[in-house]
Design a protein around this ligand. Structure first.
Ligand SMILES: [Zn+2]
Length: 287
């Protein structure tokens, strides 16, 4: 079966990743991805791989990317860029918090004690910000699932542009939670009455700022693409999430900033709060 619309491609990715538990490598899906690539993509994706060769990734046995490749090629570089971005932007915004959160990768039978909740290498969720330990935890099962999704080539570069920004969002949203927690602690803010959907909208908006402001060049920045992996991996400690439409609006606010206008990105920190989360802004004393 050959499918040429990118919608079908996404559906294929969803299907495979959704059943990520037992099924390893399904050639049919990999084939349809390879078929969809050349025929439907309007422009050649910028290949960072150096070894030209646009089309064929047959290789026999389908495209499967090892969890360690996902870690090394995708998540680690994203971590570094995000860290640098927030250090710079919060400095300009004169928000006196440090947001450098270590990424902890759990593999095999490893677990992580997050304030009494056990996170494990077999968790299906995407990256999780553990506030009590100020650490972003990533499970091997998640990385394996990403690798099986055919979103990545074997060298760790992205075959699917919406998957790249989608994966980055999963990470950047957790960083958003990290920043919020630090701001709340720094200002000793009482947020017990703040609706959780305002917390989530702020983390979404902060992620939008990061997508706009990190050096990484995302070929697809559509807010819907940004949210594309959320339904698959969900979020471990999510409160009540805003509606998808509200989330897209929150992301769009951050995304509207220009990469070159660092002052505007810094101003966005306050705007995310006042425009997306008035009760939270109040609690934090942000006007
Ligand atoms: Zn969240």
């Amino acid at each position: 079966m050959r499918r040429h619309s990118s919608l079908a491609l996404v559906a294929g990715v969803v299907l495979l990743a959704g059943c990520g538990g037992g099924t390893a490598g399904q050639p049919a899906v990999a084939t349809s991805v390879a078929a969809a690539g050349p025929s439907s993509s309007p422009a050649d994706p910028p290949s960072g791989s150096g070894s030209g060769d646009a089309g064929p990734k047959d290789g026999g046995g389908g495209v499967m990317v090892d969890a360690s490749v996902v870690e090394r090629s995708a998540l680690r570089p994203m971590q570094v860029e995000t860290d640098d971005f927030w250090e710079e932007i919060l400095g300009i915004a004169q928000v006196p918090v440090t947001v450098s959160a270590p990424l902890e990768f759990l593999v095999g039978a490893e677990t992580f004690d997050c304030g009494g909740v056990e996170l494990s290498a077999t968790d299906q969720y995407g990256p999780t910000y553990c506030a009590p330990e100020d650490t972003i935890v990533v499970s091997e099962t998640f990385m394996t699932s990403m690798g099986e999704s055919a979103a990545l080539r074997t060298d760790g570069t992205f075959a699917d542009q919406s998957a790249e920004v989608g994966l980055y969002f999963l990470l950047a949203h957790q960083w958003g939670h990290n920043i919020l927690e630090e701001m709340i602690a720094d200002r000793k803010a009482d947020v017990t009455l703040v609706p959780s959907n305002q917390i989530e909208a702020t983390a979404d908006c902060f992620a939008g700022l990061a997508i706009a402001g990190v050096p990484r060049v995302f070929a697809d920045k559509d807010p819907a693409a940004v949210l594309s992996l959320v339904p698959i991996y969900g979020e471990r400690f999510s409160g009540i999430a805003p509606s998808p439409v509200t989330r897209q609006k929150a992301i769009a606010l951050g995304l509207a900033k220009s990469y070159d206008d660092r002052a505007a990105l810094a101003a966005g920190v306050g705007e995310c709060l006042t425009e997306q989360a008035p009760a939270l802004a109040n609690a934090l004393g942000v006007r």
